[in-house]
Design a protein around this ligand. Structure first.
Ligand code: GRF
Length: 190
């Protein structure tokens, strides 16, 4: 299974996917990593591994993923032979024509127990709401904001004295195990 990964930030989830592949727990290959931020560390991580990288031109929009850019992205992923697309900290809403190009084959990881706390900084939302439990979810992308069928999810406790940073770190540790496991689950169903 050939993976394409889209991310806007540090790419620790990309790293976890690569580590799982190296460890033999995920039978896949990452063939292309794209980012909407030319300076994002995710691109550097990929380049260090000899993985092809590219920048998505979002035409100056700060948070929108314009249709033209989605079409170009789908074309590049297809040309690279990508079977499944993994959003790993990609901060734009993926819709048509990406969904049409990869039906049921775009995954996202979100740092909450969806459907609770969709949107930005979900761990902060959980803290502010006084939730006793946070978590993370890998789901299929359906064009909504952190919606779509859940593939795997796992709860993470909120501890007394947690700050946004400590809670986020605890959630991320689980993300790094959950995302490769969810990809492996999807691979079995293809
Ligand atoms: C993760 O917390 C993920 O849940 C969210 O964005 C963050 C990405 O982190 N969607 P990284 O770039 O993989 O380190």
């Amino acid at each position: 299974m050939q993976l394409g990964v889209l991310g806007s930030g540090s790419g620790s989830n990309l790293q976890a996917i690569l580590d799982a592949i190296d460890a033999g727990t995920l039978d896949a290959r990452v063939v292309l990593v794209l980012s909407d931020h030319p300076e994002a560390y995710i691109l550097e991580r990929a380049a260090k591994r000899g993985i092809a990288t590219g920048v998505i031109d979002c035409r100056g929009f700060r948070s929108k993923f314009p249709e033209e850019a989605q079409r170009e992205t789908a074309d590049r992923l297809k040309a690279a032979g990508v079977d499944v697309v993994c959003l790993a900290g990609f901060m734009r809403l993926v819709k048509e024509p990406m969904l049409e190009a990869f039906p049921g084959r775009i995954l996202n990881i979100h740092p909450s127990l969806l459907p609770a706390f969709p949107g930005l900084e979900a761990w902060k939302q959980a803290l502010e709401a006084g939730a006793s439990e946070a978590g993370c979810t890998v789901h299929l992308v359906d064009g909504g904001m952190d919606t779509g069928p859940v593939i795997l999810q796992e709860a993470v406790p909120v501890l007394a004295g947690d700050t946004a940073a400590t809670l986020h770190a605890r959630i991320q540790a689980v993300e790094h195990r959950l995302y490769p496991a969810a990809i492996a689950k999807v691979a079995k169903s293809l």
